[in-house]
Design a protein around this ligand. Structure first.
Ligand code: MN
Length: 200
């Protein structure tokens, strides 16, 4: 299969002022497009060419680094765009209950995710995952994710925050913790809830 760049489900400036339009445009049109192009290049003519992205993640240890980096990049960003939005709001229902029981409160979860993102050295992602039916916070380096067989902590990602500098540098420069505190204003909790209900 040929992998392709999904359209951004909102305008580039939809997440202003928390995430600026120029960052969104470069991030989606240039960075994500490059992961897609390089993934297709790495897979062409190989037995992994007909695998789905999820199948690639599950067997990533047996695949070349280019598939790990660009396949992870494609998976992570495709998910990330859907996790952001302008609806605002709060987690509700079973997800809200699970957050309260695992982290004490929504603020407890935010703090744990922000710490995971701020302490990930270099580039990577902070994740909220469902593991054995329970919520857990983890982080991965580079474009790895918790679906990969090489991940230290494996599970189903229901929320991921990109902490690569390309995700925030134009607006926040070196202030990653500030980006991590502001991104909560544009989390699409309906999507997180949908993923939680599927994963648990
Ligand atoms: Mn990114």
């Amino acid at each position: 299969m040929t992998h392709s760049l999904p359209a951004l489900p909102y305008a580039f400036d939809a997440l202003e002022p928390y995430i600026d339009a120029q960052t969104m445009q470069i991030h989606h049109d240039k960075h994500h497009q490059a992961y897609v192009d390089n993934l297709n290049k790495a897979l062409t003519g190989t037995p992994a060419a007909d695998k789905t992205l999820e199948q690639l993640m599950a067997n990533i240890s047996s695949l070349p680094a280019a598939v790990r980096n660009n396949g992870g990049g494609h998976y992570n960003h495709s998910l990330f765009w859907t996790l952001l939005g302008t609806g605002g709001g709060q987690p509700s229902g079973a997800l809200a209950d699970a957050i309260n029981s695992a982290f004490g409160s929504l603020d407890g979860l935010k703090e744990k995710m922000s710490t995971a993102g701020a302490t990930r050295f270099g580039s990577g992602w902070a994740w909220l995952i469902v593991k054995d039916g329970k919520l857990e916070v983890t982080s991965t380096p580079n474009q790895d994710n918790p679906l990969m067989d090489v991940a230290e902590v494996k599970g189903a990602p229901i929320l991921g925050i990109d902490v690569w500098e390309h995700a925030y540098y134009l607006k926040y420069q070196n202030r990653r913790p500030e980006y991590l505190s502001q991104i909560w204003n544009v989390i699409n909790w309906k999507k997180v809830e949908e993923l939680y209900n599927t994963a648990k």
